[in-house]
Ligand binder design. Structure first.
Ligand SMILES: Cc1ncc(C[n+]2csc(CCOP(=O)(O)OP(=O)(O)O)c2C)c(N)n1
Ligand SMILES: [Mg+2]
Length: 330
C-alpha cells in the first residue's frame, strides 16, 4: 500500500473537512429552499471515502446510492459543478437535470448516484464484468447501505460475481440504520459481512470511523480483485450524524447515541494524529480551516450565480425515436 505519511494525514484532514462543510452548506441551502427534493448527507461517513481514495488506482471505478455528493469530489469532479447540480443549475454535472441523488461523471470513473435501494449492486458487478471482458485493468468499488443489503438482487449478484471472479469490491456502508430501521431489527444477527460466507466470498467487518483501517481493508480487497481472485465483501461500520434525509425527525435514536459517535469522529481522529505527531502548528490548521470555508463559499457563489436551464433542455434529455410517427417532442 502507498505509505500513509504526514501528507496523507494533512490531505485527509483538508478533504474530509471540505466534504463535511460542503454538505453543511447544502443543508443550509436546503432550508432556504434553494436545494429542492430529497437531500441525503454523508456527515460522519467521510473516512469510508478517504480510506478508499488512498488505495484506488487510475482505472478503478466507484458506484453508490443517493448519499453521493462527496465521492465525485474525491474523484476529481469540480465541487462547484456539484453544488450547481444540487441547485438545479445548467452548470451542474447533469445540467441541473439530475439533482441530489443522481450525480454522475463517467470521465472521473464515478457511475452514480442511484435512488433505488440496492439498484446499484448489480450495476457495479456489471461495470466489473465489462472491465474483465474487455481485459481492462480496473476494479469497481460498489457501495451500498445496510438497508440495501437486505435486497434480493444482492444474492444474485454475489453468486455471479464470485463464480465469474469479477473485479469488484462490495462495500456495505453500515451506518446502523435504513431510514428509521436499525440493523438489529432487519435480521436475526447484526453481522452483515457474514452474507459473504454462503458464497465463500472473502468478507469481514471494518472500523469505518478510521481512514487507516478502511485503507488497509480496501487495499487487500482491491488487490485481490485486481489479480483475478474475485470479489470481497466489506462490512464497514460507520455512522451518519444527520437524519436519513433532511425531513427526518430521528425518533428512532437518542442524542446520546449520536454524541457517542461524535467522540470517534473521523475528522477529529485525523486531527488528533496531526497534533500529537506535530505535523502542523495550530496556526497552520487555522489557515486550512479558512481555506475550506472560502472554497465552500466559492462553490455557493458559482452555483447561485449560474442560470437555470432553458425549458428547451427538457426535450434534449429524453429519448426520442427518430422515426416516431405521431406528435413530435419539439
Ligand atoms: C427499492 C426501494 N425501496 C425503498 C426505498 C425507500 N428508501 C430510500 S432510502 C431507504 C433506506 C436505505 O438504507 P441504507 O441502505 O442503509 O442506506 P443509508 O440511507 O443508510 O445510506 C429506503 C427504504 C427506495 N428508494 N427503493
Ligand atoms: Mg444505512
Amino acid at each position: 500500500m502507498k505509505k500513509i505519511t504526514k501528507e496523507t494525514y494533512i490531505n485527509w484532514y483538508k478533504d474530509m473537512l471540505f466534504w463535511r462543510k460542503f454538505e453543511d452548506k447544502l443543508a443550509a441551502l436546503y432550508i432556504q429552499q434553494k436545494v429542492r427534493g430529497f437531500l441525503h448527507l454523508y456527515n460522519g461517513q467521510e473516512a469510508v471515502l478517504a480510506g478508499a481514495l488512498h488505495v484506488m488506482k487510475e482505472n478503478d471505478k466507484m458506484i453508490t446510492a443517493y448519499r453521493n455528493h462527496v465521492q465525485p469530489i474525491g474523484l476529481g469532479v469540480d465541487p462547484k459543478r456539484i453544488m450547481a447540480e444540487l441547485l438545479g443549475k445548467v452548470t451542474g454535472t447533469s445540467k441541473g437535470m439530475g439533482g441530489s441523488m443522481h450525480i454522475f461523471s463517467p470521465e472521473h470513473n464515478f457511475y452514480g448516484g442511484h435512488g433505488i435501494v440496492g439498484g446499484q449492486i448489480p450495476l457495479g458487478a456489471g461495470l466489473a464484468f465489462a472491465d474483465k471482458y474487455f481485459e481492462r485493468d480496473g476494479v469497481t468499488l460498489t457501495y451500498f447501505g445496510d438497508g440495501a443489503a437486505r435486497q434480493g438482487s444482492l444474492h444474485e449478484t454475489f453468486n455471479m460475481a464470485i463464480n465469474w471472479k469479477l473485479p469488484v469490491v462490495f462495500i456495505c456502508e453500515n451506518n446502523g440504520y435504513a431510514m428509521g430501521t436499525s440493523v438489529e431489527r432487519t435480521a436475526n444477527h447484526e453481522d452483515i459481512w457474514k452474507l459473504g460466507l454462503g458464497y465463500e466470498m472473502p468478507c469481514g467487518p471494518v472500523d469505518g470511523m478510521n481512514p487507516v483501517k478502511v485503507a488497509e481493508a480496501m487495499e487487500e480487497a482491491i488487490e485481490r480483485a485486481r489479480r483475478g481472485d474475485g470479489p470481497t465483501l466489506l462490512d464497514i461500520k460507520t455512522y451518519r450524524y444527520r437524519g436519513h434525509s433532511m425531513s427526518d425527525a430521528q425518533h428512532y435514536r437518542t442524542k446520546d447515541e449520536v454524541n457517542e459517535y461524535r467522540k470517534i469522529d473521523p475528522i477529529t481522529q485525523v486531527l488528533e494524529v496531526i497534533k500529537t505527531k506535530k505535523y502542523a502548528t495550530d496556526a497552520q490548521i487555522k489557515t486550512w480551516d479558512k481555506e475550506v470555508k472560502d472554497k465552500v463559499e466559492e462553490c455557493q457563489k458559482f452555483a447561485e450565480e449560474s442560470p437555470y436551464p432553458e425549458k428547451q433542455q427538457l426535450y434534449d434529455m429524453v429519448y426520442e425515436q427518430e422515426d416516431y410517427p405521431f406528435l413530435k417532442h419539439r
